[in-house]
Design a protein around this ligand. Structure first.
Ligand SMILES: Cc1ncc(COP(=O)(O)O)c(C=O)c1O
Length: 428
């Protein structure tokens, strides 16, 4: 994959039609900059690729990837639903106008209070364990209450061990061999189980494990329909569609992928006589991942035993490199077309040796004051940011056709202290 760069009239990196260095002059660094058109294009590409093969198709955007209110509004306008994993995500989605029936709450290790919140909010519940099912039966009057279950199909995939959510090491879902019994139990308790769900992992570029999970889930659904008498209203294959982060990775061919998945789906619907349920998927990364840059300023160029370029962001701002060893492509926003001349380390400003955005990265000559642009910073980026080292979290800007809007103010140090209480006895 060759990353296409937009270049401004002044020869700088351009994001959504706006010059990155001018954005920085206006809003400072570090800064997340989200390209609205990219979010919309990504959504439409997936939606069209699937819906042309199966018209009862629904995307539930996995909002954990990026919960900014503006991103959610954009996706609500596009017709998306939401995959929510916490009361906070339910609340945020409702606030941005999503119909509760288009929000699927897939928690794990869920507390009773969280289920109560979900029920009061009117969203759909996707149950992760027998424990949760039994507790739910005490919280809600089960008669006719519609639910679905997350099933572990014993297939897992993902870009890192931490992101594989199916298979025997996974904490998620109900074991496939238990599935029929769980649907029977749900019916005995009075529930109306109408859905089945899986999510096998995140950052998948090879379609094969995803196809295997689809086949397995459909076989399980067939078994449940036959032996537990369930009529499915929806079948949800989760998210996980990957994006290339390195220039060596290939793009997921979404057209072929969608055709293969929907073909499999339709074949299995016919095989098991499952009618025409809604087909759902839950992409997060694919929709927002490449729609955002993290811009950071070089404040130190340091020749130690190695050469370090030090910037004003760290793993508190973008955790993926430190957490997963993830590669993020980096360009110099004020000279995006300059040739690489040396291999250097790009380090953050957090007091940890693991706080590196890149090791031995071929880059042009970098000077203090340069702006680096970290690419593909739209998913699991701001949403994983923290205040570690007592640093306020950064601002976010939305760009559309060259126009910018501040969509999140930079936090202050007072925000870092917010909610702390110093007991009176310590003030003496
Ligand atoms: C239940 C569920 N659905 C969807 C997703 C989205 O994954 P991705 O952003 O890789 O598409 C996740 C991610 O962890 C998830 O847990």
């Amino acid at each position: 994959m060759v990353f296409d760069l937009e270049i401004s009239e002044k020869g700088n990196l351009s994001i959504g039609g706006a010059d990155a260095t001018e954005i920085v002059q206006e809003y400072g660094t570090p800064l997340y900059v989200i390209d609205e058109n990219k979010v919309r294009e990504n959504y439409r590409r997936v939606y069209e690729a699937f819906s042309k093969h199966y018209d009862d198709f629904q995307i539930f955007y996995a909002c954990k990837a990026n919960t900014n209110l503006s991103v959610l509004r954009i996706l609500e306008q596009e017709g998306s639903g939401i995959d929510a994993v916490s009361p906070g995500e339910i609340y945020t989605s409702l606030l941005t106008g999503f119909d509760p029936q288009r929000i699927l709450y897939t928690g794990n290790n869920v507390k009773d209070e969280e289920m109560e919140f979900a029920i009061e909010s009117g969203v759909r519940l996707n149950v992760d364990s027998v424990s949760q099912l039994k507790r739910l039966a005490k919280i809600v009057h089960p008669k006719g209450f519609k639910i679905s279950f997350r099933i572990n199909p014993m297939v897992g995939a993902g870009h890192h061990e931490h992101c594989i959510t199916g298979g025997e090491m996974s904490k998620f879902g109900i074991m496939e061999k238990e599935a029929v019994e769980v649907y029977k139990l749900a019916k005995e308790l009075g529930f109306d189980p109408v859905g089945i769900h899986t999510h096998i992992g995140s950052g998948i570029l090879d379609p094969e494990p995803f196809k295997l999970a689809v086949t397995t889930l459909m076989d399980i659904a067939g078994d449940i329909a036959k032996n537990a008498g369930v009529k499915f209203e929806f079948i949800d294959f989760g998210g996980g569609l990957g994006i290339p982060y390195t220039p060596e990775e290939d793009i997921l061919d979404i057209e072929t992928f969608a055709k293969e998945i929907t073909d499999l789906f339709k074949e299995k619907l016919a095989q098991y006589n499952l009618g025409k349920p809604t087909m759902c998927i839950e992409p997060g990364r694919y929709i927002v991942g490449d729609a955002s840059y993290l811009l950071a300023k070089v404040n130190t160029v340091k020749q130690s035993y190695r050469k370090f370029v030090g910037v004003d962001a760290g793993f508190n701002t973008l955790l993926r490199p430190a957490m997963y060893g993830s590669y993020h492509h980096i360009v110099v926003a004020n000279k995006p077309q300059a040739e690489a001349v040396e291999e250097i380390d790009v380090a953050g400003n957090v007091c940890e040796s693991g706080d590196l955005f890149a090791r031995d990265r071929p880059l042009p000559e970098i000077e203090e004051g340069d702006i680096i642009a970290i690419m593909n910073a739209g998913a699991y980026a701001f949403s994983m940011a923290s205040q570690y080292n007592s640093r306020p979290r950064t601002a976010e800007v939305l760009v559309k056709d060259g126009e910018t809007d501040l969509i999140r103010e930079k936090e202050s140090i007072a925000d870092v202290l917010n909610k702390q209480i110093l007991p009176a006895r310590l003030l003496k």
